[in-house]
Design a protein around this ligand. Structure first.
Ligand SMILES: *[C@@H]1O[C@H](CO)[C@@H](O)[C@H](O)[C@H]1NC(C)=O
Ligand SMILES: *[C@@H]1O[C@H](CO)[C@@H](O)[C@H](O)[C@H]1NC(C)=O
Ligand SMILES: *[C@@H]1O[C@H](CO)[C@@H](O)[C@H](O)[C@H]1NC(C)=O
Ligand SMILES: *[C@@H]1O[C@H](CO)[C@@H](O)[C@H](O)[C@H]1NC(C)=O
Ligand SMILES: *[C@@H]1O[C@H](CO)[C@@H](O)[C@H](O)[C@H]1NC(C)=O
Length: 443
């Protein structure tokens, strides 16, 4: 009864105050807390320092070349049949991921020495590594990982960071989390518990300093893109292939959204509820980060977005619901019809302007013009008067060009601030580590 009354009051407060695509005022000016609750090795390489024998973490790609015949070991037809050693060049099928000793049969009886005439001697080439949450936790193992991760979560982002964020004039943070957070304190192996406590800390600091929170499901079960930052084990991408998997992900969203409440309802919550007071700072829920086409189909993603949206609305009439556009072959407006049937929906796009050959050879000035001309055009294509709001959820002040000066970078950063300032929901810079080191914002 209490809860019922509470919901009625909240819904009436809010239904008068918000239109369909009510823009946040002021718009979101956020920084991503990348590399904190979801590991990305490049953001903090030292996190991997203590792993013994770390050359062969999960997801490492190796190529094996026989020294006697000078050819590469290959999974014939891409796997499922025989292993051969007759490839002159190494590409996909000649690059192995999981562990090599499980894939190649070892029936050598020894006693041949390890010379170049020995057919069982292979040159080994590591051609790719992954340094995500799966790798760091599995690398340390169940005894050490909980200690190492707890130390990382307690020190990488601290209250001082929220003071800094406030001071430089930002008003929000986007916090990447992994699906295992919903299973805290004992998530499935190799993931370890404790990230929920860290997220709780972020909520209390956000509340204290008036910072909004966008919780962003960065890692969905099975991985939605195969990259290290989606918690993938070995580059495989399996998310969205079954209804079970989608349902499991919706439950994660349900769990996260259960912490949300509009500020107008906070007083009521405190009055009416005993126990855990829900935080007013959960401003938006991003249902999934960077789903990758064609592995993720628009049909299955739509099914998930509908159910994820309902899960958020079950707990909050006001939290914005962020739908990420697919990366890979996809259309910029492919989610519009879906988003238009929702209230307070936001389309998330990522504007990295360096991970493609099209940026090769561009001068600093050409890069800046690309922002003013092409990115402005991209944003315009996405912006409609009655459609979903737009969030530029990730961007960086980093150029493909290697010799840019600090002034160049600052000019490039300012051009982006100016252009992305027109995004109807706002923007989020990737990430706090880089924000502090590049110093675009000092002026
Ligand atoms: C490698 O050996 C397999 C098995 O004998 C054969 O089917 C395939 O055609 C060979 N490939 C090359 C490139 O020689
Ligand atoms: C190892 O990989 C590099 C880069 O792909 C390549 O240039 C080199 O020839 C490879 N070496 C062997 C022994 O396969
Ligand atoms: C979409 O989901 C259906 C089952 O609901 C599955 O059969 C299909 O393979 C999925 N498509 C992709 C691309 O994952
Ligand atoms: C930027 O836009 C211009 C004009 O529309 C176009 O000619 C150019 O190819 C675009 N640049 C890139 C790198 O896509
Ligand atoms: C930076 O490198 C590019 C080529 O990569 C060159 O054209 C340009 O002159 C260099 N700029 C400076 C400031 O050294």
């Amino acid at each position: 009864m209490k809860l019922f009354l509470f919901s009625i009051i909240c819904f009436s407060i809010l239904s008068f105050s918000n239109g369909k695509s009510a823009r946040p005022i002021p718009p979101v000016r956020a920084v991503n807390l990348g590399g904190w609750l979801v590991t990305e090795g490049w953001i903090k390489p030292s996190l991997f320092d203590g792993i013994p024998n770390k050359d062969f973490l999960d997801g490492t790609s190796v190529q094996l070349k026989s020294v006697t015949v000078g050819k590469y070991l290959s999974a014939e037809n891409g796997g499922g049949t025989i292993i051969v050693a007759n490839r002159t060049t190494a590409s996909d099928w000649e690059t192995f991921t999981v562990k090599t000793e499980e894939l190649v049969s070892a029936d050598y009886e020894g006693d041949g020495g390890w010379g170049n005439d020995n057919p069982s001697v292979f040159l080994l080439n590591i051609t790719g590594r992954m340094q995500g949450e799966y790798q760091v936790t599995n690398g340390y193992g169940p005894r050490l990982a909980p200690k190492v991760m707890k130390e990382h979560w307690n020190t990488f982002i601290v209250e001082k960071d929220f003071i800094f964020i406030k001071k430089v004039g930002l008003n929000a943070v986007r916090i990447p989390v992994g699906w295992w957070i919903a299973h805290d304190p004992s998530p499935p192996k190799p993931f370890v518990g404790g990230s929920l406590q860290a997220l709780d800390n972020a909520f209390s600091w956000a509340e204290k300093y008036g910072i909004k929170i966008i919780v962003d499901l960065h890692c969905a079960p099975g991985s939605q893109n195969g990259w290290e930052h989606s918690g993938s084990r070995d580059s495989s991408q399996e998310w969205g292939q079954t209804d079970d998997n989608i349902q499991q992900t919706v439950q994660v969203i349900d769990f996260l959204a259960a912490r949300s409440i509009h500020p107008a309802c906070l007083v009521l919550t405190v009055l009416l509820s005993s126990g855990y007071a829900k935080s007013p700072s959960l401003f938006a829920v991003a249902l999934i980060n960077e789903p990758l086409a064609p592995g993720v189909s628009v049909q299955n993603l739509t099914k998930y977005y509908k159910a994820g949206y309902d899960a958020v609305r079950k707990h909050s009439p006001t939290a914005y619901v962020v739908l990420a556009n697919r990366l890979g072959p996809s259309e910029p407006r492919e989610l519009f019809r879906l988003a238009n049937g929702m209230t307070r929906s936001v389309i998330d796009v990522h504007f990295y302007s360096l991970f493609s050959d099209i940026y090769k050879g561009l001068t600093v000035q050409q890069n800046i013009e690309y922002i003013y001309n092409n990115r402005t055009a991209h944003l315009r294509e996405l912006t409609t008067s009655n459609g979903p709001l737009i969030l530029v959820g990730e961007w960086v002040a980093e150029l493909l060009l290697k010799n840019a000066t600090k002034q160049d970078i600052q000019r490039y950063g300012k051009a982006q601030l100016q252009v992305y300032g027109h995004a109807t929901f706002g923007w989020a810079y990737w990430c706090l580590e880089m924000w502090t080191s590049i110093g675009v914002w000092s002026g």
